[in-house]
Design a protein around this ligand. Structure first.
Ligand SMILES: Cc1cc2nc3c(=O)[nH]c(=O)nc-3n(C[C@H](O)[C@H](O)[C@H](O)COP(=O)(O)OP(=O)(O)OC[C@H]3O[C@@H](n4cnc5c(N)ncnc54)[C@H](O)[C@@H]3O)c2cc1C
Length: 271
C-alpha cells in the first residue's frame, strides 16, 4: 500500500487537457517493470491517488510513461507537475493484454480516444515480436482530428507498414483528408479470419460494446476478444470494494477481461 517515490523526467501536452509524462524511480524500492495493460496507483502528494495505465514501452527498463487526461482534482494536479517533481507510485496492478496467447494469430487492436494509451504498450510488444504474429491491424477512432493521441507514432507505424493503421474521426472540417465515422466502420470490408483473430479493445464503454459485438458478428469468439474496464477505485488490492463489477474487482480481476467473462455485465445498465 506504500507509494514509492518516482521523479518526473519530462512531461508534454499530448492533446489539450491531456499530458504524457515519463517517470523513473527516485531511490530504491520503485519497480518500473510492468506487463502491457497493467496500471499503477499514482499519488500526487497533497491531492490524492488515482489509477493510471502505463502507456509506454514495456521493454524500456527503468522508466514508466503515463498519459493522463485532466478530468478532476487529482488528474488536474498530476497534469500540472513539472520535470523534477516527485510523485508516488504503487504497482503495477491488474491483468494484462493477452499478447503471449495471441502469438501465431492475427491481432486487431481497436482504440477509442484516450483508450489508445493503455493499448500502446501492447502495440510496442507486438512490434518487438513482429514475426510471431500474423496480420496486425490498429483501428483507431476519436472525436476530432485534434484529439488524435500519439500522431507521430501512428504515422511512423503506418510508414513502416509492420501493422495496418487505420484512423477515423467522428467529425472533421474540410481540411481533414482522412476517414469520418465511428471506429466500427473500419471493420467493414476488412478481411477477418475469425478462427485465428484475437482482438484487444479499449475506449469508452459504448465504443467497446459496439466493437466487441461487431467482432462477434464477424465470427470472432468472445474469449478471443479482450476489453479494458475502468471503475473508480481506492485500494487497488481487492479490499475496498469500490471497483466491484458484478462478481469481479476491476483492480485485480481486470482491468483487462476476456469478453466472454463480462458480456452479461455489458448488457446491464449501471453495473
Ligand atoms: C484501471 C484504470 C486505468 C486508468 N488509466 C487511465 C489513464 O491511463 N489515463 C487517464 O487519464 N485516466 C485513466 N484512468 C481514469 C482515472 O483514474 C480517472 O480519470 C481519475 O481517477 C479521476 O480522478 P480525479 O480525482 O482527477 O477526478 P474526480 O474528482 O474523481 O472526478 C472528477 C469528475 O470526472 C469524472 N470522471 C472520473 N473518472 C473519469 C473518467 N475515467 N473519465 C471521464 N470522467 C471521469 C467524475 O465522474 C467527476 O465528474 C484509469 C482508471 C482505471 C480504473
Amino acid at each position: 500500500m506504500r507509494p514509492h517515490p518516482f521523479r518526473v523526467l519530462d512531461i508534454a501536452e499530448e492533446i489539450p487537457g491531456c499530458m504524457t509524462m515519463r517517470v523513473a524511480p527516485d531511490g530504491a524500492g520503485g519497480d518500473a517493470a510492468f506487463a502491457p495493460g497493467q496500471f499503477y496507483m499514482v499519488y500526487v502528494f497533497g491531492h490524492g491517488e488515482v489509477p493510471i495505465s502505463v502507456s509506454g514501452d514495456p521493454v524500456k527498463s527503468g522508466e514508466l510513461t503515463f498519459t493522463v487526461m485532466a478530468v478532476g482534482s487529482v488528474t488536474q494536479a498530476l497534469c500540472a507537475v513539472k520535470p523534477g517533481a516527485v510523485i508516488g507510485l504503487r504497482g503495477p496492478f491488474g491483468s494484462a493484454w493477452p499478447v503471449e496467447a495471441a502469438k501465431g494469430r492475427d491481432v486487431i487492436v481497436m482504440a477509442g480516444g484516450l483508450g489508445l494509451a493503455p493499448l500502446r504498450p501492447s502495440i510496442y510488444r507486438l512490434l518487438h515480436d513482429r514475426n510471431d504474429y500474423g496480420d496486425i491491424a490498429l483501428l483507431y477512432g476519436t472525436r476530432q482530428p485534434d484529439r488524435i493521441v500519439f500522431p507521430q507514432e501512428l504515422a511512423d507505424w503506418r510508414d513502416e507498414a509492420l501493422i495496418d493503421v487505420d484512423v477515423t474521426v467522428d467529425t472533421a472540417g474540410r481540411d481533414w483528408p482522412g476517414k469520418v465515422g465511428v471506429v466500427t466502420e473500419l471493420l467493414k470490408g476488412r478481411d477477418v479470419d475469425p478462427g485465428r483473430t484475437s482482438a484487444l479493445i479499449c475506449g469508452p464503454e459504448i465504443m467497446m460494446r459496439f466493437s466487441a459485438y461487431a467482432l462477434l458478428d464477424r465470427g470472432v469468439a468472445a474469449e478471443n476478444i479482450h476489453v479494458s474496464m475502468e471503475r473508480n477505485m481506492k485500494c487497488a488490492v481487492k479490499m475496498c470494494g469500490r471497483c466491484q463489477y458484478g462478481p469481479f474487482f476491476v483492480c485485480a480481476d481486470g482491468p483487462v477481461f476476456a469478453f466472454d467473462r463480462v458480456q452479461r455485465l455489458f448488457r446491464t445498465r449501471d453495473v
